[in-house]
Ligand binder design. Structure first.
Ligand code: Q0Z
Length: 298
């Protein structure tokens, strides 16, 4: 646990595991992503150089490419667009519209993995949704599923049937969240598949502003999604995640008991992980991360 940096003119509002939120004014927030990584629910002491920039650059990339589907919260990311007290963070800071957040995680699943695979194996459903028989672990689903969850205050999120959203938000808003979740995921998954990356599933957060639904937070990053290298995907086994697998495998090899603090990572592991993050951005966007960062810093 560390203290959020003091930023001149900005009040710290909240800390995530590896991110911070500051209040800018009544209508705007600043989201700052650090270079830290969590594995097995523990935040590691060793930063992954450039990780915060990759997550920010990917979010900016996807928000630009989905803006025709849904308005989003991003107001600025280049230094000159940021509040003066945050300009030194350009590349890992986003100025966003402050929204009334919708208290559900909107999850899209395109492949049968993780908890979804376990549930399917035991009863043929994923989050209560019946699926055809005969699917294998990591198979592509016939259609992406919308499997919302509630944001748990502490611990892990809890899946809820879509009927809970209908009851709590009304059928119009629940239906809009379902459609946007599937549409934004599908846009991302199609673009990524053409670049050799499969987006197995993802989590979106939406908010409301002036009566309209707005896409918020991080979007289609390796932190909010499972990224798989397409050439390592084969139904019947769970592919390694693009980014964290390397760290997880090394941590497992040490015999660590998964309670904090984690062992310090050797340079080969931090550097190799940093390279994988950079590669994911560069493959998806077709742009060098240094080029994007130069635009951010101005
Ligand atoms: C995002 C989070 C983070 C900790 C609140 N546009 C918005 N308007 C209002 N609230 C949020 C947003 Cl993105 C909002 N989070 C998640 C992000 C650190 C928690 F950087 N919480």
């Amino acid at each position: 646990m560390t203290t959020a940096p003091v930023l001149e003119g900005l009040r710290h509002q909240a800390s995530g595991k590896v991110r911070e939120i500051y209040e800018v004014d009544d209508a705007h927030l600043l989201l700052v992503t650090t270079d830290r990584l969590s594995a097995f629910d523990v935040v590691l002491d060793d930063p992954i150089a450039g990780r915060g920039t990759v997550l920010t650059a990917l979010t900016q990339f996807w928000l630009e490419r989905t803006a025709d589907l849904v308005p989003n919260h991003l107001v600025g990311w280049r230094a000159f667009e940021l509040p003066p007290g945050a300009r030194h963070l350009a590349g890992r800071a986003m100025l966003v519209r402050r929204l009334d957040m919708i208290p559900f995680e909107c999850i899209a699943r395109g492949y049968l993995v993780g908890s979804g695979w376990k549930e399917y194996r035991s009863g043929g459903t994923v989050c209560g949704i019946p699926l055809p028989a005969g699917l294998r672990e990591a198979d592509k689903l016939p259609e992406p599923l919308f499997t919302p969850s509630t944001k748990a205050i502490t611990g892990h999120d809890e899946n809820v049937p879509e009927s809970v959203l209908v009851d709590r938000l009304g059928p119009d808003l629940a239906g809009r969240l379902h459609d946007l979740t599937v549409d934004v995921y599908s846009r991302g998954a199609e673009l990524a598949a053409g670049k050799g990356i499969l987006l197995a599933d993802t989590k979106f957060e939406f908010g409301m502003a002036d009566g309209e639904v707005v896409l918020a937070d991080e979007v289609l990053t390796p932190d909010s999604s499972r990224f798989w290298p397409a050439d390592q995907w084969r139904p019947g086994a769970s592919p390694p995640s693009f980014d964290k697998q390397f760290v997880r495998d090394w941590l497992e090899s040490t015999g660590w008991d998964k309670t904090a603090p984690a062992p310090r990572l050797p340079a080969e592991v931090t550097d190799g992980t940093a390279a994988r993050y950079r590669d994911a951005y560069e493959r998806l966007s077709g742009r060098s991360l240094d080029d994007w960062l130069a635009e951010a810093k101005g």
